[in-house]
Design a protein around this ligand. Sequence first.
Ligand code: HPA
Length: 263
Amino acid sequence: MEATVGIIGGTGVYDASVLEDVKQEPILTDYGEVVIQFGTYQGKRVAFLARHGVGHTLPPHLINYRANIQALKQVGVQKIIATAAVGSLNEELRPGQFILIDQFIDFTKSRASTFYEGGEQGVVHVDMTTPYCTALTAELKGVASKAKVDIGVGGTYVCTEGPRFETPAEIKMYAQLGGNLVGMTSVPEVVLAREAQMCYATVAMVTNYAAGISQSPLTHKEVVETMDSNREKFKKFIMEAISSITEERPCSCSKAIDELGKF
Ligand code: HPA
């Protein structure tokens, strides 16, 4: 089965229930098997992938990011809309708020973060000046205006290794470094998507104030509860995105390696 638009559902977004005619298919990649749900919305074919597995069984550091991105590539996906639950590093970014992120700071430690491991695959130093596709992000901004969904554009996502939450001292440091949001999964997903020459954008939902900004201990339950109470709004946005997104790619994502990075 094929689809040109892919959705990677993060915490709280586990199934393709917004789609019609959903069919599940295992896709075999060089890195292992990935289950993709294919469906249709308003005549558009979509490939849906639950980042943490359908029952949230995979912690962030054990997600097979390479298999996920390669599987989407193999089935023809050119544009990926990823969702992410994030903690907020400042009081102005409130739980429930949606943000299209545009930069990241990488604090991960132990993840395979490239398709190019030398040897036959070669060596690639992929450009990350605009890690999230600006054209797809602009399309999503347009979708939000049309659907009257309030969404912020631009935010720096600090990616931690997890699976633990952060200490208040770490959060203070991340804020001083210029971070606005914190999560555990955008890296290496966004990097691999660019290496695979796909357009990739992330709509983040603030689910909690990060450690130390929130005075109470953080729980996964709090994250999921905020997701749950904003789910309908999130769904509406994603559905609108599926029906509005074009096949046009006025960006350079499709040439990220050919022209810029391959050695
Ligand atoms: N920290 C890291 N990841 C997260 C958080 C957080 O506070 N909230 C949702 N994902």
